[in-house]
Design a protein. Structure first.
Length: 692
C-alpha cells in the first residue's frame, strides 16, 4: 500500500510509503484520499496525522509524471488539500526529511505542522521553471508574512526546521516523528478550538506596494531571464490583494502558463540530467562507493586553497601542502580572508568559519601529510612538475589512497604513469573559484578502477558538488568545448561584431557573463601566455586572431588595468572606441572585411561550434551522454539552466542549424571545425541526442 492507515488510540496515522522520496504519484494521491476518507468516517478517530515512511515526508509532485496521463488521473492535489483543510477533525502533518513543493503544500493544508529538528522545508518549484500550483503562493504569505514568503518561494531554498519554526511555517519541533505528531494532534483535540485554516488568515492586508516593486527589481537582476520568479511575485501580490479563492485561481493560471514554457521543459530536463550524470553504466552494482573521510591538497594557492575550503566546509579534515613556509602562510592568509568576507556578508557564521579553519592543517613536507583517503594535486599545469608530485605521493601515501589531479587539460594517463598505482589515479577537476563553482569534472584514465571512480563520484554529493565523468582528452568535456566558444567570439570581433554586442547577446541569453567581459575579468596577460603555447601546436590549417595580443600590447590587460575589451569605471564596463580601433586594426592586418552581425548570428556562432565539438566527444566516448555535457556547462561555465544546457538547447533550436554553421565555418577555420559524423547522422535521420 502506498499509504498505510493505522489507528493509535483515537488518532488515525496515514504513513506514505512510496520510495525513494514519497513523491505525489497517482498511487499516493489515491492512497491519501482513501486514508483521509477512512479517518473522517471512523467514529473513534478524533484527529488525523499525515507522515512519510522511509527517509522523508513528501518531496513534491512526481516530476516524472508531469504531462503524462497519470498526472491527470485520480484525485488532484487540491482535492486532498480540501479534504484536509475542511476536515472537522484536526489534521496534522508530521515532517521529517524534506517537505518540498506539493509536499509542503499538503502540509500547509493541514491544520498544523510539526517537524523533527533535522527536517527541511521548501517550495523549490522555481528551480523547475514552475511555481507552487496548489496554493503555495496563497498560503505562505498568509502564514509567514509577505517578505518571508517572497524570499522562500522565489529562492526555492530548503530551510531548516528551526528557521521554519521561527517563521511560523511549522508550529512545533518534535523529538519523535510518530509519537510527536500524535501527541500534537491530541493537544488540538483537547483544546477543542476550531481547526485553524490558513486561507482565512488576514495577515496579508495593508502591504506596501513598494515592497513588490523593490523585490521585482532585485529578482530581475538575479534571475537572468527566467520567467518563474517574476510570476511568483505576481502570485504573491495577488494573494495580498485578492480574496483567497481568486488568488488561487490566479495562481492556477500562472502555473499553467509556466507549465507550457520551454524553460520548464529545460529545467526538468536539467533536473534529471544532474541525477543521471551520477550513474556510470559500466560500474557493477557490487562496487559500492567508500566514504572519503580525510583529504590532502597539494598546492595552497588560489586553486588549492579553494579546494581545501570545499572539504573543510563539508566537515572533512584537510591537509594543505605547499613548497615553503612563506607559500603556506600566503595561502592560509587568502583562505582566512575569504572566510572573513563570507562572515561579514552574513553568508557564514564566525563559529562555522572557526570550525572550518580548525579542520585545516598546513605542511611543507610530503612526509607530514599523514595517511589520507584522497589527495588532490592542484599545482601548476606543468606535466613534469605533476609527475614529480605523483611519484612523491606514490612513495609516501598508503596503498589505499586515491591520487587525484585537478588538472584542467593534461593527460591523466601520463600523470598516472609516474606511480605504481594507476588504478587509483583519477582527474578531480574543480572550477575556479572552487569554493563557489559547483562542478566536479572527474576524469577517467585508462587504468582508473571502478572503485576509484565510484568513490570520487560519490564524494561530490558529500561536498556539495555536482559530478560528471569525462574521458581523458585535451580539455576533457568542458574546456575542450570552451576553445570553440571563446575562439569564435574572437573571430566575430575580427569580422565586425563589437565586444558589447557579443557580451550582450550571451548575457541576455542567460550566460552569467559574456565571453569577452569574462576574459577582461580573468586578465589578458595570462591568456597571452597560454595562447603563445597554443599557437605552437595549432594545426597548419588553423589560425588565431591577434586581437588579445594587440590589446595587451596597448596595456589593456582587462579589469586590473582599468581597460581591456572595455574601459572600466570601478567594475562597470563601458564601451571604448580605443579598443574598437585596435580591433579594427587587427581586422585590417588580417585582411578581413568587417560587416554587421545580427544578434541571432552571434548567438549561433558562439554556441554551435562548441556543440559540434561536443558531438565529437560523444562519438569518442569522452562524455557518456549529451545530458552530462549540459551538466558540465551549467555548473562549470555559467550556462543558464533554464535553457537546459547547450546540448538540450541546440536540439530545441534544431541540430540541422548546428550542422549548417559547422559546414559554413569549417572551410575558413580548419578541419577541426568540420561537422561531427554523429551530428551529420542525427540530422540525416531526423533524430535527437538521446537516440544517438
Ligand atoms: N519526482 C520524481 N522523482 C523524484 C522527485 C520528484 N519530485 N524527487 C526526487 N526524485 C527521484 C530522483 O530522480 C532520484 O531518482 P534516481 O535515483 O532514479 O536517480 C531519486 O528520487 C532520489 O533523488 P536524489 O535527488 O538523488 O536524492 P537526494 O536525497 O539527493 O535528494 C530531494 C532528495 C528530495 C531533496 C531531491 O530529490 C529534490 O530536490 N527533489 C525535487 C523536489 C522538488 O523539486 N519538488 C517539487 C516538484 S514540483
Amino acid at each position: 500500500m502506498s499509504v498505510d492507515y493505522a489507528i493509535e488510540g483515537d488518532v488515525a496515522v496515514l504513513t506514505i510509503n512510496h520510495p525513494p522520496v514519497n513523491a505525489l504519484s497517482l498511487v499516493v494521491r489515491e492512497g491519501l484520499k482513501a486514508g483521509i476518507q477512512k479517518g473522517l468516517a471512523d467514529q473513534n478517530v478524533r484527529a488525523i496525522v499525515v507522515l512519510g515512511g522511509g527517509r522523508t515526508f513528501i518531496a513534491g509532485a512526481d516530476i516524472s509524471e508531469f504531462g503524462t496521463e497519470k498526472s491527470r488521473q485520480g484525485p488532484r492535489l487540491q482535492d486532498i488539500q480540501r479534504a484536509l483543510e475542511t476536515s472537522p477533525k484536526p489534521t496534522v502533518a508530521a515532517i521529517h526529511g524534506t517537505a518540498l513543493g506539493g509536499g509542503l503544500e499538503i502540509a500547509l493544508a493541514c491544520h498544523s505542522r510539526v517537524a523533527v529538528a533535522s527536517a527541511k522545508l521548501g517550495l523549490p518549484e522555481v528551480k523547475l521553471g514552475l511555481l507552487p500550483g496548489a496554493g503555495g503562493t496563497v498560503r505562505t504569505p498568509r502564514l509567514i508574512g509577505v517578505e518571508a514568503a517572497l524570499s522562500l518561494v522565489t529562492s526555492g531554498d530548503h530551510i531548516p526546521a528551526a528557521k521554519a519554526h521561527s517563521l511560523g511555517l511549522v508550529d512545533a519541533i518534535i523529538d519523535d516523528l510518530r509519537s510527536g505528531g500524535v501527541a500534537y494532534a491530541r493537544k488540538l483535540v483537547a483544546e477543542g478550538a476550531p481547526p485553524p485554516v490558513i486561507e482565512r488568515n488576514e495577515k496579508v492586508t495593508g502591504v506596501d506596494p513598494a515592497l513588490f516593486r523593490d523585490f521585482r527589481e532585485k529578482t530581475a537582476k538575479k534571475s537572468r531571464g527566467q520567467l518563474a520568479p517574476a510570476k511568483i511575485i505576481d502570485c504573491i501580490e495577488a494573494a495580498c490583494t485578492k480574496p483567497a479563492a481568486e488568488a488561487l485561481a490566479f495562481e492556477t493560471a500562472a502555473f499553467q502558463e509556466l507549465f507550457q514554457s520551454d524553460q520548464r521543459k529545460a529545467l526538468i530536463h536539467y533536473f534529471f540530467a544532474e541525477r543521471e550524470a551520477r550513474k556510470i553504466p559500466d560500474i557493477p552494482e557490487s562496487v559500492q562507493p567508500q566514504k572519503i573521510g580525510s583529504v590532502a591538497v597539494i598546492g595552497a594557492g588560489l586553486m588549492g586553497g579553494g579546494i581545501g575550503m570545499v572539504f573543510a566546509n563539508a566537515g572533512i579534515p584537510v591537509t594543505l601542502l605547499d613548497v615553503s613556509d612563506e607559500a603556506v602562510a600566503k595561502g592560509r592568509g587568502i583562505i582566512e580572508k575569504n572566510y572573513a568576507t563570507s562572515v561579514s556578508r552574513g553568508s557564514m557564521t564566525q563559529a562555522r568559519m572557526d570550525d572550518a579553519l580548525d579542520r585545516m592543517r598546513f605542511v611543507t613536507k610530503y612526509e607530514d601529510i599523514g595517511p589520507v583517503d584522497l589527495v588532490v594535486e592542484a599545482a601548476f599545469e606543468d606535466m613534469d612538475l605533476k609527475k614529480k608530485i605523483f611519484t612523491e605521493l606514490d612513495r609516501v601515501m598508503p596503498d589505499k589512497t586515491i591520487l587525484g589531479s585537478n588538472t584542467s587539460s593534461l593527460n591523466i594517463d601520463e600523470i598516472a604513469s609516474a606511480t605504481k598505482r594507476p588504478d587509483k589515479v583519477v582527474g578531480v577537476h574543480f572550477f575556479s573559484p572552487a569554493n563557489v563553482m559547483k562542478l566536479q569534472e572527474n576524469v577517467r584514465g585508462k587504468a582508473t578502477s571502478h572503485q576509484t571512480l565510484a568513490d570520487v563520484m560519490a564524494l561530490a554529493k558529500d561536498i556539495g558538488k555536482v559530478a560528471v565523468l569525462a574521458g581523458n582528452c585535451d580539455g576533457f568535456i568542458g574546456n575542450r568545448m570552451l576553445q570553440y566558444y571563446t575562439g569564435e567570439a574572437e573571430f566575430m570581433l575580427e569580422e565586425g561584431a563589437t565586444p558589447e554586442q557579443i557580451d550582450r547577446v550571451a548575457e541576455s541569453f542567460g550566460m552569467a557573463m559574456g565571453p569577452l567581459a569574462m576574459r577582461d575579468l580573468a586578465g589578458m596577460d595570462t591568456s597571452v601566455r597560454i595562447r603563445a603555447i597554443r599557437r605552437k601546436t595549432l594545426p597548419p590549417d588553423e589560425r588565431m586572431t591577434d586581437i588579445v595580443e594587440r590589446l595587451v600590447e596597448a596595456g589593456r590587460y582587462g579589469q586590473k588595468t582599468g581597460k581591456g575589451y572595455y574601459r572600466y569605471e570601478g567594475r562597470t564596463r563601458i564601451a571604448d572606441p580605443e579598443a574598437i580601433a585596435i580591433i579594427e586594426d587587427a581586422s585590417r592586418a588580417a585582411g578581413v572585411k568587417r560587416r554587421a552581425f545580427t544578434d541571432e548570428e552571434v548567438l549561433y556562432r558562439l554556441f554551435f561550434p562548441m556543440v559540434n565539438e561536443a558531438a565529437k566527444e560523444l562519438e569518442e566516448g569522452i562524455a557518456i551522454r549529451a545530458s552530462d555535457i549540459d551538466v558540465v556547462w551549467v555548473n562549470g561555465y555559467g550556462f543558464p539552466a533554464h535553457r537546459g544546457g547547450p546540448m538540450f538547447w541546440a536540439e530545441q533550436v534544431g541540430l540541422d542549424k548546428v550542422l549548417d554553421t559547422s559546414r559554413e565555418l569549417a572551410p575558413r577555420r580548419g578541419v577541426r571545425w568540420a561537422p561531427a559524423k554523429l551530428l551529420e547522422r542525427l540530422v540525416a535521420e531526423g533524430k535527437g541526442w538521446s537516440k544517438a
